[in-house]
Write a protein that binds this ligand. Structure first.
Ligand SMILES: [Zn+2]
Length: 408
């Protein structure tokens, strides 16, 4: 019998079904935390016997462990199950606008170690960045005493589009059709996953941040470049797709954007655009090296922090915050009117720096530009992930692969 086409087909189908059942149970525990076998049965729709078998397998594989007892009304206490953080470690890499950050995380995304390297402003050489990624993986695994070859995978987030053949198109880096995937592969000791950083950040906000529990969330990434991910949550997991939100037009014939078009959102709410506006309003001399690509240097961050500190009193800084909030509100309202999300989350380092000062004005502008019935059911919030947010987002890529494969 062994080897006949029919048997092979049946074998494959049985394997697919088992993988699907493992994915359902594991994803439920991973995204929603401890649960009893009974909870898992209700959440996945699987039979009691199937849940029992799958849990036994997952415990034997070291992915899941028992986590104490839960009193149930009148009945005997139920055993809680949870994913085991120690099962595996992953690396997430943030190819930023002027830095590379490498983070080592356990597979539940708690940070173990990080390393950050500045990179050349202007047009960074992809081969040099690939070398920084290698150095970063060596540094974080050495800090933690981890074996690089035992990593579950390495996720890399880039500020641009990753085409199906691994070519990267990233205007903020001055890259067009760069074979970054191929350049990175020899430097990475574990399976490599490459994707757009707005999409991976969106996935991380849905799993561990402000997007938890949302049905359809839009996660905006505010940095020098501006992007957004549309993330959809379902009992089976989260999917997110990226969008070129920064290059949607908010003013006809408006400011010149780095993409060559005029009036793009990014030309008003990207970090460079905000600082240029502030400089203009305050009559400051243009800083040395400024231009369409000043990027996220320590200097850019310090200037933005100074602007925020100054914005509490009337003046050019407050005017800059107000104008930025207005354009951002228009951009967000366009997304809400187009896609009807239940949550919009502002993430990225510019959002972390300016968000608290700007949020009330952004909410006000968004409300004024959104259709009432859509605006009423949309919550606008700031992201809740820490300074390693983009690296953490990239780390979701290998974990997503593990969940989809049923933990194998
Ligand atoms: Zn543009």
């Amino acid at each position: 019998m062994r080897g006949s086409p029919v048997t092979r087909e049946v074998g494959r189908t049985t394997r697919d079904l088992r993988r699907h059942n493992r994915t359902s149970v594991l994803t439920r525990l991973y995204l929603h935390g401890p649960a009893s076998r009974f909870d898992l049965m209700k959440a996945t729709g699987l039979s009691s016997a199937t849940v029992s078998n799958v849990v036994t397998d997952l415990v034997a594989d070291g992915l899941v462990a028992e986590a104490g007892l839960l009193d149930s009304d009148g009945g005997r206490p139920r055993t809680l199950l949870e994913v085991r953080p120690g099962y595996a470690q992953v690396v997430g890499v943030d190819i930023g606008e002027t830095h590379v950050q490498v983070g080592l995380f356990d597979w539940t995304l708690d940070t173990v170690a990080t390393a950050t390297y500045p990179m050349d402003e202007g047009r960074p050489d992809p081969a040099v960045l690939a070398e920084l990624v290698r150095a970063g993986i060596e540094e974080v695994t050495a800090k933690a005493g981890a074996d690089p070859a035992a990593l579950l995978g390495v996720g890399v987030g880039v500020p641009g589009a990753v085409l199906p053949d691994g070519l990267v198109h990233a205007p903020t880096l001055g890259w067009s059709d760069v074979p970054f995937d191929m350049l990175l592969r020899p430097h990475v000791p574990a399976p490599l996953h490459l994707d757009n950083c707005a999409r991976t950040l969106g996935q991380a906000e849905m799993w561990r941040g402000a997007g938890r529990g949302a049905q359809r969330a839009i996660v905006g990434l505010l940095a020098v470049g501006v992007g957004a991910a549309v993330a959809t949550g379902s009992p089976g997991g989260v999917t997110s797709t990226t969008s070129e939100w920064g290059h949607t037009v908010v003013e006809a014939g408006g400011a010149l954007c780095r993409c060559g078009s005029h009036g793009c959102l990014e030309a008003y709410v990207g970090a460079d655009a905000i600082l240029e506006r502030y400089g203009r309003l305050a009559g400051l001399p243009a800083p040395a090296g400024s231009g369409r690509r000043s990027g996220r240097g320590a200097d850019t961050e310090a200037r933005l922090a100074a602007l925020v500190a100054e914005s509490g009193r009337p003046g050019p800084a407050a005017d800059t915050v107000r104008a930025t909030a207005e354009y951002l509100g228009i951009g967000i309202a366009n997304l809400i009117n187009l896609l009807g999300p239940d949550r919009v989350i502002l993430s990225g380092w510019v959002s972390a720096a300016m968000g608290p000062a700007m949020l009330p004005a952004v909410r006000d502008a968004t409300r004024r530009h959104t259709l009432d019935y859509l605006g009423e059911r949309t919550v606008l919030e700031l992201g809740r992930l820490g300074p390693e947010q983009v690296a953490l987002g990239a780390a979701t890529l290998p974990v997503h692969g593990l969940l989809t494969a049923g933990g194998r």
